[in-house]
Design a protein. Structure first.
Length: 78
């Protein structure tokens, strides 16, 4: 297997696909490898993952009024 390493630019490019698990197996592995060696991208992925989870639970809770205020609150907690 020849996984060519990816750089930070590429990693950020595919970050959202990675989180949505929409990457092909090679890109996925390359991304995981990059995250294991690159702390800044790892933190970035963690942040996006947490944001995504918060947004998801927010939508599931109640999509009703005052949601932008709640989002601001949630972002403050991150
Ligand atoms: Zn990186």
């Amino acid at each position: 297997m020849t996984n060519k390493p990816i750089d930070c630019e590429k990693a950020l490019n595919i970050l959202y696909d990675y989180l949505d698990r929409e990457l092909g197996v090679h890109d996925h592995e390359a991304m995981e490898h990059h995250l294991s060696v690159c702390k800044s991208c790892f933190s970035r992925v963690e942040f996006e993952q947490r944001l995504k989870d918060k947004m998801k639970s927010l939508r599931e809770e109640r999509p009703a009024t005052g949601s932008s205020e709640r989002i601001k609150q949630l972002l403050k907690d991150l």
